[in-house]
Ligand binder design. Sequence first.
Ligand code: ACO
Length: 402
Amino acid sequence: GLNISSLLKQTGLVTYDVGFVNTAACKSDITFIDGDQGILRYRGYPIDQLAQQSTFVEVAYLLIYGKLPSSDELKRFDDLIRRHTMLHEDLRAFFNGFPRDAHPMPVLSSAVSALGTFYQDSLDPFDQDQVEISTVRLLAKLPTIAAYAHKKSVGQPFMYPDNSLGLVENFLRMTFGMPAEPYELDPVVVKALDQLFILHADHEQNCSTSTVRLVGSAHANMFNSISAGIHALSGPLHGGANQAVLEMLGQLHQSGEDPKKFMERVKNKEAGVRLMGFGHRVYKNYDPRAALVKKSADEVLEKLGANDPLLDIAKQLEEVALADDYFVERRLYPNVDFYTGLIYKAMGFESKMFTVLFAIGRLPGWIAQWREMMTDSETKIGRPRQIYTGEAERDYVPLDNR
Ligand code: ACO
């Protein structure tokens, strides 16, 4: 059949597509997005049905294995994850090497990369058993690593995982609990966090997932590929936006600046001023995840009795944006992270942890995409072309003659 990429290769033609706005780098069965209609589906299932009826661990299974699990399959998967939550004591010691005020994202990424040095028996990307155990280890240990990174930053003792608890419950206890003190789980918080993880679980070829695929395309192991993805996620134009939104709302609150005036500065493209949490490369309509998060923000803040003035500011900004030509013409709507920070804050997370929460949620997607790529016979090492714009050939000038 006609294969455009091999045809282009023969002709020597190169497509110039900055930011890969129109270039598909792979085929995928995992996630479907229709950005114009605001549709998102994992393996065919609409995101709102999964967010309302499923659980994060079940969604992880769905993304990775392509089907909803039977109750036996789900129990086995959940048991496996519970069994692998512990970190090796030597890896625990690793956290002490970082400065106390370290941002938890690089700590997370370093620890994930370090996992590969502890599990040298499971690094072969083409050995199915090794891929399975790496999958479970990553899913089980990332929440422990995340909680340790948090404990380190607040100077509190680490909490060992309690495997009688599910993934979300365990993570909350390791983050907010203290040794030898009972920790009471709030079902409202558990449910809301589980739902937020579902909403973040995959989003096809976004920046961090493309990073995971690109690194993996060189046959780098799963730990290293995902560690690279965590770094990509940390940027404020990607996962780092959830922290940036809250900082923006906090500054507006503190300075008392009229949201309308602030929006004028955004529209005038004043240096460094962007409406964080707005706009998306693919969604040119309301992000379906943002709609669910906005609803959840109202519910969770009310149930937790958290009357946050920042929520009002966020709503005012949204209201201004939805009625303003600048935003309407550019089809800029709230994305998933416009309201998430407010929920995380009400749950007690410090803003530095917000992007870490995104990473825990996105992990099943990264794993599913990495595995799909590794088993796809069409996969090649990722290696974009360029348009060279530098000097033509010129002769070297010895140092004395310059
Ligand atoms: N505030 C103000 N103007 C914006 C914003 C924004 N948040 N987003 C886009 N625009 C404007 C751009 O200035 C540009 O205007 P122009 O046509 O006059 O030059 C136009 O809208 C198109 O924007 P691009 O930057 O070309 O869109 P792109 O697809 O490259 O960027 C991105 C998408 C990075 C998400 C962008 O909208 C942005 O920076 N948003 C804020 C950061 C953010 O919330 N990121 C999270 C993304 S979702 C996620 O990772 C979970």
